[in-house]
Write a protein that binds this ligand. Structure first.
Ligand code: SF4
Length: 381
């Protein structure tokens, strides 16, 4: 499907900063993260600053979201995080009302961690919970007990954060709707404004994958595919009951608290990724950094990943959002005709419970999200 974009490249960017350090490695994790030794953290922070310098312009690049992800950003401490943010402010023109998020692990955000972050301009926290059930937590190698996450959310609030997200996982060993309900109640009781709920995937090369290959899903008490679908639909319904609107396949929030940074990815807006393994979409080009931390510190160059921003990408990303593909926005960015073509193809789904279709928008239903890959492939063919 050929449609060309008239996207305004002067839009404010998002900035992603990858912090690849963790206290220990979770069994299922294939994110780029290591347990650090020696002075690697400080050498890495210096390399991050050097990479940021490469974006220095006479007219600074404008940004309105900054997201520290990982790994475990909180693991490197409030002082280093604040120092990096200060450096980014020197290089980029970061809006006064920018959303500035740090992913935190409850085990590394004690003491005055949150007040120091808020003093340096952070205004959003994302905490890893995964599950409130001790048996499920143990099965995926989570070290702390769930109450530490609740305490961390309360401490963050006390320090002045009013935008806090908790991460949940679906399809964990031993998980059922009852234990999932408890985990969701736990999030609601912690008073957070945002919940992410991702389905567990066995990624090749992780201890979890190895164990699954040897023991099989049954022995590991993993729910089967149908049960995972049920867990997903239950989570979507019950989170809504608890006041969290679904705005993306795996993301739910209280009114006005979408992740502005992540929304940029789904809206095909541009972002700059700093740090090892970070991906960027900048000035119409996609590129990414090495996953090798030593290589990154030595100053390895980003790897080109082709041009980005075409209509297929836009369609695929927008259909992850509950608001879906909107005629007005699509025609503004890609001209007349594209929306109409998708609408024609979407009509075959009329009468199913998979797509919401009107003359002005096309979006997936909760059931549709479960088969999103198939539907998106058909609509974009
Ligand atoms: S804390 Fe997060 S990034 Fe670190 S090992 Fe666990 S899942 Fe991976």
């Amino acid at each position: 499907m050929r449609c060309s974009s008239s996207m305004n490249s002067k839009d404010k960017k998002g900035i992603y900063v990858h912090i690849p350090f963790c206290k220990s490695k979770c069994h299922y994790c294939d994110f780029c993260s290591v347990v650090p030794s020696g002075d690697i953290i400080d050498r890495y922070v210096d390399a991050l600053k050097r990479e940021a310098e490469g974006y220095k312009r006479k007219n600074k690049i404008k940004a309105d979201t900054v997201y520290f992800g990982g790994g475990t950003p909180s693991f490197i401490g409030a002082e280093r995080l604040s120092d990096i943010l200060l450096h980014l402010r020197k290089v980029f023109d970061i809006s006064p009302d920018a959303e500035i998020t740090a992913e935190c692990n409850p085990s590394s955000c004690g003491g005055d961690f949150f007040s120091r972050l808020i003093d340096s301009g952070f205004n959003r926290i994302s905490l890893g919970l995964q599950s409130a059930d001790p048996r499920e937590r143990k099965a995926i190698g989570r070290l702390t007990d769930a109450d530490a996450a609740k305490q961390a959310a309360l401490n963050a609030k006390k320090a002045g954060f009013n935008n806090i997200s908790l991460d949940l996982m679906l399809g964990l060993p031993f998980q059922n709707t009852e234990s999932l309900k408890n985990s969701i109640d736990f999030c609601a009781d912690a008073g957070v404004t945002h919940v992410s709920a991702y389905i567990l995937k066995a990624e090749e090369g992780t201890p979890f994958y190895e164990k699954l290959s040897i023991e099989g899903a049954k022995k590991m008490n993993l729910p089967d595919e149908d049960a995972v679908c049920d867990l997903y639909l239950f989570a979507a319904e019950y989170l809504q009951e608890k006041g969290f609107e679904q705005y993306e396949i795996s993301n739910f929030c209280k009114k006005g608290h979408i992740s502005r940074h992540n929304y940029k990815y789904w809206n095909l807006d541009e972002y700059i990724g700093l740090g090892v393994s970070a991906h960027s979409f900048f000035e119409g080009k996609r590129f990414f950094n090495t996953r090798d931390i030593d290589e990154y510190i030595k100053g390895s160059k980003p790897i080109p990943d082709g041009s980005g921003g075409d209509f297929e990408e836009y369609l695929m990303l927008r259909l992850r959002l509950a608001e879906g593909l909107i005629r007005h926005d699509t025609e503004r960015r890609f001209g007349k005709g594209c929306f109409e073509k998708v609408l024609d193809k979407a009509k075959k789904y009329k009468g199913t419970n998979l797509l919401n279709i009107s003359e002005d928008s096309i979006s997936l239903t909760k059931q549709g999200f479960l088969v999103s890959n198939t539907i998106i492939a058909e609509l974009s063919s």
